[in-house]
Design a protein around this ligand. Sequence first.
Ligand code: GDP
Ligand code: IMO
Ligand code: MG
Length: 435
Amino acid sequence: MANVVVAGAQWGDEGKGKIVDLLTKYADCVVRFQGGNNAGHTLVIDGKQYIFHLIPSGILYDNKTCMIGNGVVLDPAVLLQEMDELKEQGLTVTPKRLMISMNAHLLMPYHALIDQAGEAVLSSDKKIGTTGRGIGPCYEDKVARTGIRAGDLLDETLLREKLKRSVKEKNFLLEKLYGQKCVDYDEMLRHVMTCGEKLMPYLGDVSIALDTARKAGKNILFEGAQGTHLDVDHGTYPFVTSSNTVASNACTGSGFGVTHIDAVVGITKAYTTRVGAGPFPTELQDSVGEELQNNGHEFGATTGRPRRCGWLDGVVISDSVRLNGLTGLAITKLDVLSGMKELKVGTSYDLAGKKLASMPTNIRQLAAVQPVYESLEGWKEDITSATSLDQLPQAARNYLKRMEEVAGIPADIVSVGPDRSQTLLLHNPFEIKAK
Ligand code: GDP
Ligand code: IMO
Ligand code: MG
């Protein structure tokens, strides 16, 4: 029995969906614990692509339980749409397969309107480049203690009372601050009640269900969204998302005890990408960056925006090892580097002549750092059908080894293509290493 967290080690889109799908084979429960439909997790199975925004990436296995924890901000309409899309593909999501925490906060249409209006009024250097899904405003309501929770769907009197207050407050912001049209209370109520009726059978106590599963010796897999450097506390604030993305939030965001986590896998691309604004020290705004973008098909799974691309940043990775307590890496998209003559890895930063081994927390300093690079030899071969490390060219193995050295932890998984089958499982994180 083991409980494993998968967390993004960079700025999101590291390939968490693919790795979670792969590891689900060894798990009994798969749990989302933070974020919402700002996430876009891609799975490719035998050439068929699925993108999940809210449903945990374990859903394709029919004998596993997927759970949406209290830490998630849940847009009920998006969840129902995802369920409908799966149904069209022949997979019916039932309450046996999916449980939603009664404490998860519901994301309402006015959250997205405020998110978009808030971004629109910012000057170009201040825009965060959010996904516009309403994630920040929904978490604001949660912390302000005015949010509507999934469990409120079971108490219409409370639901109406909370919604009345929220609509009044949001309309004040929409109209007076942003000069936008107000939302209609009756329409919002209809929306939430209609979705709510369909979602009610899925509501449950995720914390108790996880504890029961743990005591029965089941394996639990926690699926992080976004990435460590988008964490609201530890990321490149204010260019971050509005939740804690680090592994420790797997516990808070699902009601699971911290002492029960056995392994934390950090997902990292073999290079770096970022979508949205904010500092990105190893960004390449040249033909090499374009090559990475084209070869890696680096366009957002949620918004379709092009992802900014750059060399691997060892500082980003080693900070993630510390912030998450990573026990192993899952290195994705190694295949994208095939054909590049020279590869660079940032191993530290230079800030006005001073060497830094970790990211400065001051955003202006972070924007000013220069990465210190090490150069590694590239390889020409197509590696997408490799099934073991010894089938990789020596230069690719050297690159992986250097990544492990920079991180100070081993690679558990190496991914050489988007498909579930294009993966080298070097160490199964559900098999606990001796400490
Ligand atoms: P997530 O948000 O972390 O789940 O990642 P996304 O799904 O947003 O983005 C990762 C993209 O890379 C998806 O299109 C995946 O299908 C793709 N992908 C994952 N691993 C690999 C890999 O090893 N090689 C290639 N070429 N693509 C990969
Ligand atoms: P997955 O789970 C990459 C980024 C947005 C923006 C910032 C804040 O697929 O890795 P938000 O809408 O959350 O308020 O936007 O965070 N962002 C992501 N970038 N992958 C994600 O999720 C992201 N979710 C949010 O681009 O910069
Ligand atoms: Mg993504």
